[in-house]
Design a binder for this molecule. Sequence first.
Ligand SMILES: Cc1cc2nc3c(=O)[nH]c(=O)nc-3n(C[C@H](O)[C@H](O)[C@H](O)COP(=O)(O)O)c2cc1C
Length: 250
Amino acid sequence: MNEVMDTLSSHRSIRAYQDRPVESKVLDQILKAAQAAPNWVNLQHVSVIVVQDKARLAKFSELCGGQKHIAQAPVFLIFCTDFYRTWLACRDHGQEFDSVVSQIDNLIVGANEVGIALGTAVAAAESFGLGTVPIGNIRLHALEAIRELNLPKYVLPMLGLCAGYPAENPGIKPRLPKEAVCFAEQYNQELSGFLKQYDEQYASYLKERPWNSRVGNWTGMAADFYKPPYSHYPEVPAMLKQQGFNPGTE
Ligand SMILES: Cc1cc2nc3c(=O)[nH]c(=O)nc-3n(C[C@H](O)[C@H](O)[C@H](O)COP(=O)(O)O)c2cc1C
């Protein structure tokens, strides 16, 4: 092991923070790490909006479905897929952009890049002793979030990230057995035994944490989460259309 591995393997999401600001030097390092991450053709399709104003943190807490940790966190970073800069570049070179950006692969590119940047930011933040939690619910009221953030066309609010000094130690959440996730040479579809094994481990993990609202086991949780009719973020199609992505089937 080394220090980087120690940090990465002790990850756990933190949803309660000390009343202590994140130093601007530390924040700069986190943003620097996120910007240094690999990206598609070096076109750099990610922007991060740093929210620290208390009233705006409270507003985002409400917009994200009343998640109290957003209001409590000293910093909320909003990671956006951003094709605005590449649009400016193409426009300045006399090129049309809408038919390009609406190709569905650009959404994959944008989602990849936000994920890589956010993951890097999490690792950087944890290396400074901060706790974080990603917030997918920034897409719950995506259209209002876009207005709050003054996002131009071709920019999508993809993920939030709360960061602050931890005021809880929730412990490390067990992951699926490696054999169910990492394969040698070819995919192994015979996963039932591994899932059963994980169900047992997950059930005892949840039992040890009575404050955790999710009961049962992992397969039960997955089935419950994806129970039809499924519509976790119903505003997403309208968000894509409004922001110029409007993906067809190309
Ligand atoms: C894309 C993404 C979106 C998430 N959205 C939320 C969220 O809106 N609220 C929340 O409390 N946690 C959210 N999480 C945190 C996950 O619930 C958490 O990472 C997962 O349960 C594993 O737990 P751990 O991070 O403690 O290991 C999100 C994580 C990811 C990667």
